[in-house]
Write a protein that binds this ligand. Structure first.
Ligand SMILES: NC(=O)c1ccc[n+]([C@@H]2O[C@H](COP(=O)([O-])OP(=O)(O)OC[C@H]3O[C@@H](n4cnc5c(N)ncnc54)[C@H](O)[C@@H]3O)[C@@H](O)[C@H]2O)c1
Length: 342
């Protein structure tokens, strides 16, 4: 509901500042024709100035999309990451969490390169994102040390200095993809899964560390899932991949902290509708269960991206070696009566 709060009469135009106090406390400025007589010129100028200041202030207020209950990139636009240089792994299409991270980082003033496996570049949509955000795309299979070395060296050159933040958003399970039951896993495939989903994080950190590519007080973030701690049977060998990933982040967090005050963390994200997510058997039910169990509901990709941005920023300089839950409260729930009601 829109309530009229203030109305200024100005050159035959009435500027009504309507305050939309509906659901999420967002604001709107409404300009409506008026029948009232005009004001004197000095008063007009003052009214115009005040209206513009008010309009400017209101654009900083985050608002929520009514339909999707998610934030828009522009809603959180501050220059929190101005001057920061980054490398973002894992944007495949506009559903990818890394895609949202790239959009948010760009809107917050960061410069970065985008990367993905060469095969993913062929069928994904990364070109479009690179073009839109003015980011260079550098192909890199994250299991290859040589390709990682090339990626970070090129990124430093393109961005004009050492790297302030890196997002690792990589996951793929061969046994899950080929629908092999956990109790009948192919161990060669399992090794490949660990290499892609977890060892790639260690390799990435090692190349950054040995090549001294990170700036002081930089930030490295990997994305993980709570199946590292609890059993979700259909998540298969990805559970062990995530446990390994989280452990690598803690261990490298120590070494990077000692060497250069660089922090290393993982974000444990809610189920999210992405290519990797939907590859898991029964994902829809999985998603619904998480949504019902969490008092805030599942955290959307855009909110995960905002959380990543805070970890890349200087506001979180002493947060390191942590596995941080971003899951609407899911990880601390025992039972939600909502689940019993249905
Ligand atoms: N979707 C979810 O429900 C969910 C929940 C928690 C955590 N995560 C994690 O978030 C991260 C991002 O996944 P997403 O859900 O956005 O899905 P996604 O499919 O969009 O992203 C996975 C990415 O990994 C890339 N990748 C695979 N093999 C690679 C390799 N060898 N080298 C470089 N890149 C490679 C893919 O090309 C893809 O871009 C993953 O680590 C995933 O496990 C996802």
């Amino acid at each position: 509901m829109v309530k009229r709060a203030n109305a200024h009469r100005l050159l035959g135009i009435k500027i009504a500042v309507g305050t939309q106090l509906a659901k999420h406390g967002s604001f709107k400025v409404i300009i409506a024709p008026a029948s009232a007589p005009p004001l004197s010129l000095p008063k007009c100028i003052i009214c115009c100035f005040l209206a513009l200041v008010f309009a400017e202030l209101t654009t900083f207020t985050p608002s929520l999309h009514k339909k999707t209950n998610t934030l828009k990139y522009s809603d959180m636009a501050t220059q929190l990451l101005a001057g920061k240089r980054g490398v973002i792994f894992g944007a495949l299409d506009d559903q990818s969490i890394a895609w949202a991270v790239a959009e948010v980082c760009a809107s917050m003033g960061a410069k970065f390169t985008l990367t993905n496996a060469p095969v993913a570049l062929r069928f994904g949509q990364l070109d479009a994102l690179g073009e839109k955000l003015g980011a260079t795309i550098i192909p890199c299979d994250a299991t290859s040390i040589e390709e990682l070395e090339n990626l970070f060296q090129q990124s430093e050159e393109i961005l004009g200095g050492k790297i302030d933040f890196v997002l690792h958003a990589i996951g793929m399970s061969l046994n899950v993809r080929k629908k092999k039951h956990y109790t009948d896993s192919n161990h060669e495939w399992m090794k490949k899964t660990f290499d892609i989903s977890a060892m790639s994080f260690h390799k990435m950190c090692q190349v950054l560390y040995k090549g001294d590519h990170m700036a002081e007080w930089g930030s490295i973030v990997g994305l993980t899932y709570i199946a590292a701690q609890r059993i979700f049977p259909d998540y298969g060998e990805m559970a062990e991949s995530k446990a390994l990933l989280e452990s690598f982040a803690r261990s490298f967090g120590y070494h990077f902290g000692e060497k250069k005050k660089v922090r290393v963390n993982t974000i444990s994200q809610s189920p999210t509708m992405t290519t990797a997510g939907k590859g898991i058997k029964g994902f829809q039910e999985f998603f619904g269960y998480g949504d019902d169990m969490s008092p805030l509901g599942n955290a959307p990709a855009i909110d995960c991206a905002n959380y990543c941005a805070t970890l890349f920023s200087d506001l979180t300089r002493y947060v390191t070696m942590q596995n941080l839950y971003h899951d609407g409260g899911f990880s601390n729930m025992g039972m939600n009566p909502k689940l019993l009601e249905g």
